[in-house]
Ligand binder design. Structure first.
Ligand SMILES: [Zn+2]
Length: 136
């Protein structure tokens, strides 16, 4: 993979990481404000629902942050853009859509065929796909 292309991905990952960390701070400030407010029961209920939604979103962000960190590590190691399974280059088109991809299309398709064998695997996959798309 060309150095200029790798650098472009590196910049993108670093800014995504920054955004995720920045969001974290905003959310924490919100939590502090909420706990200091005196709320009636109705407000409390909606605040709880909102917080649990935020926590779910947050968990997804933490997962994505981990993927971004791993991608940055691969950039440092010089293995970014290489398939973890067959060590061939991952298709550029695939990386555009899924920058944190660690498998080439052929290996990913093999993996997905395995996942289809279990309902649990399929569920995890669809959650991951939905989330990844938010960032592309
Ligand atoms: Zn492969």
């Amino acid at each position: 993979m060309k150095k200029s292309v790798v650098n472009r991905f590196k910049k993108m990952f670093e800014s995504q990481k920054h955004n995720l960390l920045f969001n974290d701070r905003i959310l924490r400030e919100d939590f502090v404000v909420n706990s200091e407010d005196r709320l009636d029961e109705l407000d409390q209920a909606s605040t709880d629902a909102e917080q649990s939604m935020r926590m779910r979103l947050r968990n997804r962000e933490i997962l994505y942050l981990k993927k971004v960190d791993e991608a940055l590590e691969r950039i440092e190691e010089g293995t970014f853009g290489l398939c973890e399974n067959c060590e061939e280059d991952i298709e550029a088109r695939r990386l555009e859509v899924r920058p944190t991809a660690t498998l080439c299309i052929a290996c990913k398709e093999d993996e997905e065929r395995q996942e289809v064998l279990t309902a649990v695997g399929r569920q995890h996959k669809s959650l991951g796909e939905t989330f990844s798309r938010r960032w592309t």
